[in-house]
Design a protein around this ligand. Structure first.
Ligand code: C2E
Ligand code: CA
Ligand code: CA
Length: 508
């Protein structure tokens, strides 16, 4: 485009020079006597032709310039549109979470200067999920966009779309919590209308939450988060609308704990305990289960049952599994160095087994200790992506790593899984074992599970053995390995040799 412009301008300049020269010649020749008339006529024709060329080149230059201008405009417009799309939600056209949060942050600065109160209201469309489930996602989109139209018409506040079916409002310059509540209540009343989606009349159902600054939070992120928490509580309790209060804080405590766990993981502050496993045939402790331990600086020991599920939801479990395998390798390397046969069981999360990257990394890391390693998985792990799980189990088996079906009896205890995967070990859940000596049904179920495990060629482990009578019964029933407080509690191991010496003394 630039070249075209330069070419056109060059041609114009040359033609302009030609016209001026021709005109000058005509004037000079006309002034000179005896100059032939035909020559003057020829020069006049040439001048005319040059003028026509000049006109054509000027038009060309103009259209090239126009093309450049409209191209620049187009580029500017698409950049503006890209920015708008980046900051606005595509479905609703409203500011997205980032833009809403940024705007709120600016407003907080102003309201602090003026010493004003500012509230964030969160409104969730309760029936969105149901519409998506019973009709389809398109119907859900229709519901959201029609509801957005109502909101933008009826609500004179700064609005944002901050999550699926979740809208945020900025209620500025409010005098107190009561006013904020009354305003939000009014909004909710106004927008609860009937809508027609996929030829069905749907009554809008919403839940709301409010958080206020100063009081509930000082930053935009925290204010939105607390208003959301209030909304979730309103939804759960059926209260429709709630102001944030400290009783909703346990969930914030949980958020704090997740971030603390992340820190503990990156600073390698998590610890590991070993719980002995007693082999009935050799009458010796032959190995142990590796269990994670976390001592929080403020809350003390946090049980794994309190954080493993969150770690699974937040993806932190990958790092936990990695750390567990790393720890297992250290222990097994020590056992190998002292020429001691030791079987170590490591818990895998249900997410791990479907993740080929995780499985491949485990295989690579444990290549020297594969025959001593057992991975404990629960039935939920098998229910994930069945094809991937089958492939990954195959990889583990080929690498020589053993698989144990943990918590047996608590899930569906599906025979399909027992048929599809050749488990080396079946670990009967402590729910049946702890009172096996007192509850007849548990005794029968345990007996049946031991027989089933043996018939499939697996060894059977009983976990949660808490007393001598249970241990004796399990031995009499043919159980292969016992684990539980009666044999030994999980202990954090600082000296592996001392641990081994101690576990050698365990006898029945
Ligand atoms: P689990 O795999 O079933 O581990 C056994 C749990 O039972 C352990 O609890 C252990 O301390 C407890 N236990 C052992 N013997 C007895 C007994 O005789 N009586 C009773 N009442 N309990 C006994 P812990 O260490 O609190 O672990 C709980 C769960 O957390 C584990 O259940 C496992 O699902 C998970 N977990 C622990 N460490 C890890 C880990 O490194 N990775 C993953 N993914 N999960 C882990
Ligand atoms: Ca386990
Ligand atoms: Ca278990």
């Amino acid at each position: 485009m630039k070249q075209a412009l330069m070419k056109a301008s060059g041609r114009i300049a040359a033609t302009q020079a030609a016209v001026v020269a021709a005109l000058l010649l005509v004037i000079v020749f006309m002034a000179v006597d005896h100059f032939p008339l035909w020559a003057v006529f020829l020069l006049a024709v040439l001048t005319l032709l040059a003028l026509v060329a000049l006109w054509t080149f000027r038009t060309e230059l103009l259209s090239t310039r126009l093309a450049v201008i409209s191209r620049d405009k187009l580029l500017r417009n698409s950049a503006r549109q890209a920015r708008r799309l980046h900051n606005n939600d595509v479905l609703t056209g409203l500011p997205n979470r980032t833009r809403f949060r940024d705007y709120l942050e600016q407003q907080l600065v102003t309201s602090r200067k003026k010493d004003n109160h500012l509230a964030v209201g969160i409104l969730a469309l309760n029936n969105l999920e149901t519409i998506q489930d019973i009709i389809d996602d398109d119907a859900g989109d229709q519901l959201v966009s029609q509801f957005t139209d109502i909101l933008t018409e009826e609500v004179p506040c700064y609005l944002g779309y901050v999550g699926p079916g979740i809208f945020a409002f900025l209620l500025d310059d409010i005098s107190d919590r009561k006013t904020a509540f009354a305003m939000m209540h009014e909004i909710m009343k106004t927008v609860s209308k009937d809508l027609v989606v996929a030829e069905l009349t749907i009554r809008i159902q919403v839940s709301g939450g409010i958080a206020i600054c100063p009081g509930d939070a000082d930053s935009a992120t925290s204010l939105i988060q607390k208003a959301k928490l209030a909304m979730t509580n309103a939804k759960k309790t059926g209260a429709q609308l709630l102001l944030f209060n400290q009783s909703m804080a346990p969930d914030l405590h949980k958020l704090q704990l997740i971030s603390d766990l992340k820190e503990a993981l990156s600073e390698r502050k998590l610890m590991w305990a070993l719980q002995p496993q007693y082999d009935v045939s050799t009458k010796r402790v032959v190995g142990a289960e590796l269990l994670i331990r976390w001592q929080h600086p403020d809350y003390g020991w946090v049980p794994p049952t309190d954080f493993i599920a969150w770690a699974e939801q937040t993806g932190l479990i990958r790092q936990i599994t990695e750390a567990a395998i790393e720890q297992a390798c250290l222990i097994l390397a020590h056992m190998k160095a002292i020429n001691r046969s030791f079987k170590l069981s490591v818990n895998l999360s249900s997410n791990d087994l479907a993740d080929t990257d995780v499985v491949k990394r485990i295989i690579a890391q444990t290549v020297d200790y594969a025959e001593s390693l057992t991975l404990e998985i629960t039935e939920t792990a098998l229910m994930k992506d069945m094809d991937a799980v089958v492939r990954n189990v195959e990889l583990l088996k080929t690498a020589g790593i053993k698989l144990s079906l943990d918590d047996y009896g608590t899930g569906y205890s599906s025979l399909e899984y027992l048929q599809a995967f050749c488990f080396d070990e079946i670990k009967i859940d402590r729910m049946f074992i702890t009172d096996v000596a007192h509850v007849e049904r548990n005794l029968k179920l345990t007996q049946a599970s031991i027989e089933l495990g043996h018939s499939l060629g697996a060894i059977v482990v009983a976990e949660g053995v808490e007393d001598q009578k249970s241990a004796e019964l399990l031995i009499a029933m043919g159980c292969d390995v016992l684990q539980g407080y009666h044999i030994g509690r999980p202990v954090i191991v600082s000296d592996l040799d001392a641990y081994l010496l101690h576990s050698e003394q365990v006898r029945f």
